[in-house]
Design a protein around this ligand. Structure first.
Ligand code: GLC
Length: 755
């Protein structure tokens, strides 16, 4: 239940100075209140995978001093679950803990596209693909907001690196922005209706995101009908007047009155209308109203239940990259010995650094969880193998090697040490620390049955070492309950069902952003355009370490009998498809069915195929189920800067369903009809385009026929010579013999014509 507040009444009562005061923070995490009018201060705080509420008793600020909260798996893990329902539940739990702490807005989810695997915050983001980012981000938003707490989708937009993040200009062409870097935000705004969006630090094509009218007003509000509040990233505003003019509503944190004073002066000087401030204040009051909790009691947080959910989410997110000889799952009741090697088994790394850091209520470790689940005949040993500090500790390696030699199976826990992945800096490479790789090689020399468990946020390069292991389980930075989840997966109590939401390249150099990351001289050129991640590797037919969408299971699935039908055409076109999925293996499991679309022939270049739908299906062994999905015009369209809109071109489309972007099980081709996209005619349009236009063509022929002594309209050979000429050039050539009055009037009218 929300408390209604009299927004019109408050707007009428607020002074200019009070309005300006409301448009920037009171302090680090609270908005300004206006006590005179009963306008409360509300709290906005992090973060995407757990509540990071500054401990008010802390003497000074630190990302590590916050109130205890549940640390769920990071977005890199959650993104690998491909599970919309799960993420809605995680969002609801995040909202419940936020509400209990009287937090009005939780600053997440982070959904920036993983343009480069080196980005230091990739652990906080969901995918290299906008469909996953959009659908899973929307699920988190719906979950959080179901509790009456606002979400804040971040960082809008093109914040794909940490290097120079507060100044760098992301130079991105419009089509790439629309199809890749904005599409996830668009899906969330138009389907989950977040109550806030967070404007990013960086510039987009030279203009700071927090002051970018095209982003914050034309795209976000005019195109997507966003009706919430835009808050800046902390310290992202350099010019509060430009920010409010562009459509920013709340600058955080406090500027100690500085920005308010600038806004008041600007109104008085006529550099900004008071109505612009009113617009922003109204959005803040609307947010206060939306997040105002009724008198109902705040649910007491069930941290035990949240921990169980965190463990389930971590298990659903892990990706089984390889499993030769079906070495996994291990039988906990078998008479065998298992050497657990690697400090991460005892001291887990389960989140990254920076503003998303959570003071976890409790932390499982895999070693204890394995011991708790092991049967009476299973003997476990533990060897740290390496020091977390990365320092050489010579005794650790031989100790681990002898433990491996004495055991039936060696389970080696590897990963990225604390501090390698954090807000504020990017990574330099994709490799695991040398000390860990030396350990793995030494263990593999004495034991053939090696399992590697990984803990990392952004992907690591695996090709150079995975031959040493029969199985590799990518656990990600999987939250406070990750240790228990890994034990569940290793012992088969959970069946791996995560899928890669980010390609693992063979080599860093193969990544399409490699020559343009992180940019120079304050700009970073997105030279790869729309070819991000698998879109690039597939376009170049490059081998990869493991492909986007990849992940094994302890069972197997078969796809059969794909049928499609096309209804309607153009914007009304719908492709309906169904096929049968069967669990052909020995145990129950979940398959992530992926639907890819390829435009067979198009007037512009397009990726070979793009993910357009997915669903996670659970099946008992031997069971089958029909799987149905629909693709609409937008799923088949590309963004056309010339038309300034999404365009569906008639023709054939390959529809594929599969278990990864490189494991397409069934493909069929459908033909979709659509009228040719009409380009708005201008004087720079070609004569050919004018003649093809149903209205412009006859008008131009008529105009040309009136040119004195001209065979222009009559003689097709002459017309064919000038057809490839912009009309403006023809007009110049014909000169004053051409009466362009009708054309001018037509152009004035067509600016109002629907494109
Ligand atoms: C940080 C981050 C943002 C976070 C905010 C508040 O700099 O970029 O993700 O929500 O500031 O901590």
């Amino acid at each position: 239940m929300h408390e209604e507040i009299d927004i019109p009444g408050l707007m009428a009562a607020l002074t200019l100075e009070e309005k300006a005061t409301l448009l920037s923070g009171r302090d680090g995490w609270g908005t300004a209140g206006i006590e005179r009018l009963g306008i409360p201060s509300i709290t906005l705080t992090d973060g995407p995978h757990g509540l990071r509420m500054q401990d008010p008793r802390a003497a000074s600020f630190s990302f590590d001093v916050s109130l205890p909260a549940t640390c769920f798996p990071t977005a890199a893990a959650l993104g690998s679950s491909w599970d919309v329902d799960l993420l809605t539940r995680v969002g609801a739990a995040l909202g419940a803990e936020s509400r209990a702490a009287d937090v009005a807005v939780l600053l997440g989810p982070g959904i920036n596209i993983k343009r480069s695997p080196l980005c230091g915050r990739n652990f906080e983001y969901l995918s290299e693909d906008p469909v996953i980012s959009g659908r899973l981000g929307a699920a988190l938003v719906r979950g959080v907001q179901s509790t009456g707490v606002g979400a804040s989708v971040k960082h809008f937009a093109a914040n794909n690196q940490e290097t120079d993040r507060m100044r760098v200009s992301a130079e991105v062409d419009v089509r790439t922005l629309r199809e890749i870097y904005l599409a996830g935000f668009e899906h969330i705004v138009t389907t989950a209706k977040p109550w806030t969006m967070m404007a990013a630090y960086n510039r987009v094509n030279g203009v700071y995101a927090a002051q970018n009218g095209w982003l914050l007003t034309e795209v976000l509000r005019d195109d997507w009908a966003f009706d919430g509040l835009v808050v800046s990233d902390w310290g992202a505003v350099t010019d509060p007047v430009a920010a409010v003019t562009a459509g920013l509503d709340l600058e955080m944190p406090s500027t100690n009155g500085g920005s308010a004073a600038q806004l008041v002066d600007a109104v008085k000087a006529g550099r900004i209308e008071e109505a612009d401030l009113d617009r922003a204040v109204t959005r803040l009051l609307t947010l206060i109203e939306r997040t105002a909790q009724g008198s109902g009691p705040v649910e007491k947080v069930d941290f035990a239940q949240h921990h169980t959910l965190a463990r389930r989410a971590a298990a659903e997110s892990a990706v089984l990259l390889k499993n030769d000889d079906a070495i996994l799952p291990l039988d906990p009741d078998a008479r065998m010995s298992v050497a657990v090697i690697g400090e991460f088994a005892r001291t887990p790394t389960f989140q990254g650094g920076g503003s998303s850091r959570v003071n976890a209520v409790q932390v499982d470790n895999a070693l204890d969880a394995l011991a708790a689940a092991a049967g009476e005949h299973l003997r476990l040993s533990f060897s740290p193998g390496f020091a977390l500090s990365g320092e050489e500790e010579p005794a650790l390696l031989p100790e681990a090697v002898s433990a491996a030699e004495a055991a039936d199976v060696a389970v080696v826990f590897l990963g990225l040490p604390e501090g390698m992945e954090s807000e504020g800096h990017d990574r330099e490479h994709l490799d695991l620390p040398d000390v860990q790789l030396r350990l793995l090689e030494a263990v593999a020399r004495v034991n053939r049955d090696v399992v590697v468990v990984l803990a990392n946020g952004g992907v690591v390069q695996v090709t150079s070492w995975e031959r040493h292991a029969k199985a590799v389980l990518e656990g990600w930075l999987n939250g406070q309950a990750g240790g228990g989840a890994i034990a569940d997966l290793l012992f088969g109590r959970a069946n791996p069902c995560g899928r890669l939401a980010e390609t693992i390249p063979l080599r860093l150099q193969d990544n399409p952003s490699h020559l343009n990351f992180p940019g120079t001289d304050g700009t970073v050129l997105y030279g790869e355009r729309i070819y991000v991640g698998y879109r690039y590797y597939d376009a170049k037919d490059l081998p990869v370490g493991h492909p986007f969408g990849h992940g094994l299971s302890y069972t197997t699935f078969a796809y059969s009998d794909l049928r499609t039908e096309v209804d309607g055409e153009g914007e009304e076109a719908v492709v309906r498809a169904r096929f049968t999925l069967t669990n052909t293996g020995p145990v129950a499991g979940k398959e992530v069915v992926q639907v890819y679309v390829g435009d067979v022939a198009c007037s512009v270049d397009r990726p070979v195929r793009e993910l357009k739908a997915f669903t996670k299906v659970e099946l008992a062994p031997g069971r089958s189920t029909p799987v149905e999905f629909e693709l609409r015009a937008r799923d088949l369209s590309f963004f056309s800067p010339a038309h300034d809109r999404w365009v569906l071109e008639a023709g054939d489309f390959d529809i594929s369903v599969g278990a990864s972007s490189r494991d397409l099980r069934l493909t069929t081709t459908v033909t979709v009809a659509a009228p040719p996209p009409v380009l708005p005619l201008t004087l720079e349009s070609l004569v050919r385009e004018w003649l093809a236009d149903p209205i412009g063509g006859p008008l131009l022929r008529q105009t040309l026929s009136r040119v004195r002594g001209s065979a222009l309209a009559a003689d097709p050979t002459i017309l064919s010579m000038v057809e490839s000429m912009p009309l403006s050039r023809l007009i110049t050539m014909v000169g004053d013999r051409l009466d362009t009055g009708d054309i001018t009037r037509f152009l004035e009218q067509t600016t109002a014509r629907e494109p």
